[in-house]
Write a protein that binds this ligand. Structure first.
Ligand code: SD4
Length: 301
């Protein structure tokens, strides 16, 4: 399709997510269907210790998933601390479409998913359980900067979320975000990914933004909303992401030395930009010209 459709995703596994989304966009499908398809791909990816099925558990050994989805017309839905359901992004979409609410959490979210026909089953993989048992030996919780990713599987990076943004042939935008959150987080901890405005924000009139990295910093700064509002004021996607990073640093200069924060944005014209606090952030772009582009962004801290 030589249409103006485009999809962008965080991290190297974003290439696969984009390709799943592109199948929808290339045949004239909606941005909303595309981002859901891309996020579902990541959630079933058997090599990813930070999203969906193969995610690492919390410090109590429980795998809890966070996800959100947002349409450019302002509709949105999310789930947080959801257990035993393979596709949280699809549950988030049901929350958006089938309930008067935006967000369901924990056991209530799981019960809703089951009512909606999702299968409930234990998801923790043997690898994730081993990683957790290993972690229990020291119980040392120290999220680290995503230094250069070392390739997968076997990659030990503690945090990587799939954030995916799309614009379809009709110029409609949508986004989704899905993650198992920080490995070995406190039980009940919710990150930015399911919080509309923190890990994800989409507005057809302006553009869309998503975040990856230390979720607490995104929540503190309403960061994805901030990126979209900066674009509304006329910044390019890249400039908006850079300015949002500067805000994070300004608020917590000390913490910023050791935390990673990454933003990815696309405006309503399909222009893409990204920025990260530290080196190592990559993002994937897919449109009618290229389906597997992976771009690097970042700077030395
Ligand atoms: C979180 N933002 O739960 C997620 C984790 C992440 O790259 O994105 N890591 O805080």
């Amino acid at each position: 399709a030589g249409n103006g459709a485009r999809v962008v995703s965080t991290w190297d596994f974003g290439v696969g997510a984009n390709q799943a989304a592109w199948k929808v966009l290339a045949t004239g499908g909606s941005a909303l269907d595309a981002v859901e398809a891309g996020a579902r791909w990541a959630e079933s990816d058997l090599c990813n210790p930070t999203v969906g099925h193969c995610g690492n558990p919390d410090r109590d050994g429980v795998l809890t998933l966070d996800s959100s989805i947002m349409d450019g017309d302002g509709r949105c839905g999310s789930v947080a601390a959801l257990s035993d359901i393979l596709h949280p992004v699809s549950v988030a979409r049901r929350v958006m479409e089938q309930t008067p609410h935006v967000m369901l959490v924990g056991e209530g979210a799981r019960q809703f998913a089951v009512q909606q026909g999702f299968e409930s089953r234990k998801l923790l993989t043997p690898e994730a359980e081993n990683a957790w048992r290993e972690w229990l030996k020291t119980e040392h919780y120290a999220p680290q900067i995503n230094a250069e990713r070392r390739g997968r599987p076997g990659d030990k990076d503690n945090h990587d979320t799939l954030g995916i943004l799309a614009i379809d042939a009709k110029g409609r935008m949508a986004g989704a975000c899905t993650t198992s959150g920080m490995a070995f987080k406190m039980h009940g901890r919710v990150g930015d990914s399911p919080i509309i405005g923190a890990g994800l924000y989409v507005d057809n009139e302006v553009g869309a933004a998503t975040a990856s990295g230390m979720g607490e910093e995104m929540i503190r700064n309403a960061a994805s909303f901030l990126v979209v509002e900066l674009m509304r004021q006329g910044r390019s996607p890249a400039d908006a992401c850079r300015e949002a990073i500067e805000r994070v640093v300004h608020k917590r200069p000390e913490a910023s030395r050791t935390l990673q924060v990454c933003f990815l944005a696309m405006n309503r014209n399909g222009e893409v930009g990204a920025y990260a606090l530290h080196r190592g952030f990559v993002y994937a772009v897919c449109d009618s010209r290229r389906q597997d582009a992976l771009l690097r962004v970042g700077r030395d801290s």
